[in-house]
Design a protein around this ligand. Structure first.
Ligand code: GLY
Length: 258
């Protein structure tokens, strides 16, 4: 498992509720979202990460979801090219920050599109979701860059899988060769070399979680999954994500970890 020491975060801006969403859970309360974000940052620090806290950026209502702007690894950073037009400018805002922290940066270029939320790292292997946001050309470019950097990858087409915006809405890596998957993805051949932990259908939102060093950060309110994680023996931190969920966001979306 990659050891993480740092993370980049950005709080939601006052116009957070004007961001993109595909779910019908009501408007987020921005004050509560800010409180939840503060607890999220505290949890990352509790796991040993030093945070770079970027200022809120109201030019982009979805800009708190920094994960979509880049893929960060222990070797390089890869600037993405988000698939939603309203989010395209977010990459320029994160680029100088990443150039200051990584010796090598790469970039996805037109006509490729990639959202970081579609990319799931499992050791030296990456699963690249092809979705409404990440197109086949973006996936191809990313696979080439990853190969140059000594990683392997596999593309997973998630178009048509109900209820997930990004690949990581339905899969997270628990570490120790274990992947947590929603039922709709569990039978895919690409995951066969891993131990599969299936998530109950009624808890599918919990499929997005963070393994940070020894600990696992989960979304609060999913007792079956919490119990599984505890049985595996990982220290667990549960965070209320209600306001981010309303905007199609989840735990991994709120940070870049490296
Ligand atoms: N609201 C997050 C996204 O749609 O990208």
């Amino acid at each position: 498992m990659t050891a993480f020491t740092r993370a980049i975060v950005r709080p939601p801006a006052a116009n957070f509720a004007q961001g993109l969403t595909s779910v019908d859970l009501g408007k987020p309360d921005v004050s509560l979202a800010l409180e939840q974000h503060a607890r999220y940052c505290a949890a990352l620090e509790q796991c040993g990460l030093a945070l770079t806290r970027l200022p809120a950026d109201a030019r982009f209502a979805d800009s708190t979801f920094v994960e979509d702007t880049a893929i960060v690894t222990d070797r390089c950073a890869i600037l993405t090219r988000p698939g939603a037009a309203s989010r395209a400018g977010e990459v320029a805002a994160i680029e100088p920050v990443l150039r200051g922290k990584f010796e090598r940066t790469h970039a996805i270029v037109a006509p490729g599109t990639v959202d970081g939320g579609d990319i799931c790292q499992a050791g030296n292997h990456f699963f690249i979701g092809i979705s409404e946001r990440t197109n086949a050309e973006g996936a191809r470019q990313l696979a080439t860059i990853l190969e140059q950097e000594g990683f392997t990858s596999a593309a997973i087409d998630i178009r048509g899988v109900d209820g997930i915006l990004h690949l990581k809405s339905g899969i997270s890596c628990l570490g120790d060769n274990r992947l947590v998957l929603i039922d709709a993805l569990a039978a895919r051949a690409e995951f066969r070399s891993c131990e599969i932990v299936r998530i109950a259908a009624e808890e599918s939102y919990a499929a997005n979680f963070l393994r940070i060093n020894e600990s696992v950060i989960v979304s609060a309110g999913f007792p079956q999954f919490e119990s599984r994680v505890r049985k595996f023996g990982y220290p667990l931190i549960a965070l209320d994500m209600s306001e981010f969920r309303k905007m199609d966001g989840a735990l991994s979306c709120l940070s870049l970890r490296f």
